[in-house]
Design a binder for this molecule. Structure first.
Ligand code: DCT
Ligand code: MG
Length: 347
């Protein structure tokens, strides 16, 4: 029996996947605090070059709390963790995971559908009392394509398309990849771009112009444009804000190219952000992620340096001033840190 169980030891589980299941389940249950603890622990395990094989090998690692260690111990001893197996088989977890995998469906909507007794996409789509919003409609329509990871090659092809659109409107503007691809990841769930415009005000007009162009090129499948609500007078904020106030848009675009399905295009999720020039470095840092890295950097700034950092600015509480930055390097210097390369920000 023991041997049988041991033979099931899955390297992935000791790499943090089991902890991610726990984190996800806690998010679905409305416990973001404990969820974050498991996410951190999972991220530490994932950042190791080799998965630890025994509990002792994790002794020196940071961010592994009592809960996480107990899970790792159980997996290294028995090959699996009963709590994790339980969650993976739990109807609520499975349904929440399925529903929230749709673009535009958050945990609240997923829970609402689950509580109505719905368990499959078919049931959701055939329920006359459910009205999908525009985002969810697009989410179901392009579900298969946008659930498929985007490769680096596809991201580079998209960069050319975005660049062409941006520079056709403002020749001196530039486009950079941010998000996971900037951190060196080979695959992502979307492609994130940041646009640098040289003159004040251009950041507000560039995105509508790009959207128009994509429409004319018949490659726009969905767009949600969010105008800037940025106002320096409302900073700094102590809250960790999920979203920044810059002008941005969430798109689904057609990327041409032979597909396994035989089609000659696929749908891809693309995010564009256009901050004012003097906010560019902060926006770039914020959009490069990872989410956990951003959180930790802000925490460090606040607790160790008495400074408030967010997507928009860095505020020094000692002098009551905003610190200006032209580059990411400037921001790290303000924080008394050596430059951290994007590929080192994956944890
Ligand atoms: N971001 C943020 N707050 C959010 C969402 C995102 O600060 N609520 C930042 C951190 C990462 C960056 O924006 C891009 O977001 P994602 O595309 O969700 O993350 P990613 O790291 O690019 O992951 P993926 O490779 O799956 O796209
Ligand atoms: Mg991304």
């Amino acid at each position: 029996m023991m041997e049988l169980k041991n033979s099931r030891i899955d390297k992935k589980e000791l790499r943090g996947d089991a902890l991610e299941v726990l984190a996800e389940n806690l998010e679905f249950c409305g416990n973001p605090g404990l969820s974050l603890a498991f996410r951190r622990a999972a991220s530490v395990l994932k950042s190791l070059p080799d998965a630890p094989r025994r509990l002792e090998e994790t002794q020196h690692l940071p961010c592994l709390g009592e809960h996480s260690r107990a899970i790792i111990e159980e997996i290294s001893e028995y090959g699996s963790c009963s709590r994790v197996e339980e969650i993976l088989n739990d109807e609520r977890y499975r349904t929440m995971k399925l529903f929230s995998s749709v673009f535009g469906v958050g945990p609240k909507t997923a829970e609402n559908w689950f509580c109505r007794g719905l368990r499959t996409f078919e049931q959701v789509l055939n329920d006359p009392s459910i009205r999908l919003n525009r985002m969810q409609t697009a989410g179901f329509l392009f579900y298969e394509d946008i659930s498929k990871p985007v490769s680096r090659t596809e991201a580079i092809a998209l960069k050319i398309i975005v660049e062409e659109a941006v520079t056709s409107v403002i020749p001196s503007a530039s486009v950079s990849i941010t998000g996971g691809f900037r951190r060196g990841k080979e695959f992502g769930h979307d492609v994130d771009f940041i646009i640098k415009t040289p003159e004040a005000g251009q950041e507000d007009s560039i995105l509508p112009a790009v959207i128009e162009r994509f429409k004319r090129q018949s490659i726009l499948l969905y767009s949600d444009l969010q105008e800037s609500t940025f106002d320096l007078r409302q900073l700094p904020t102590h809250r960790f804000e999920a979203m920044d106030h810059f002008s941005k848009c969430f798109l689904i675009v057609k990327l041409k190219g032979e597909q396994e399905t035989g089609r000659d295009w696929r749908a891809v999720r693309v995010d564009l952000v256009a901050p004012p020039l003097e906010r560019y470095a902060y926006a770039l840092l914020g959009w490069t992620g990872s989410m956990l890295f951003e959180r930790d950097l802000r925490r460090f700034a606040r607790l160790e340096r008495g400074k408030l950092l967010d997507h928009h600015a860095l505020y020094d509480k000692a002098t009551n001033t905003f610190l200006s930055a032209n580059t990411e390097e400037d921001i790290f210097t303000h924080l008394g840190l050596e430059y951290i390369e994007p590929w080192q920000r994956n944890a």
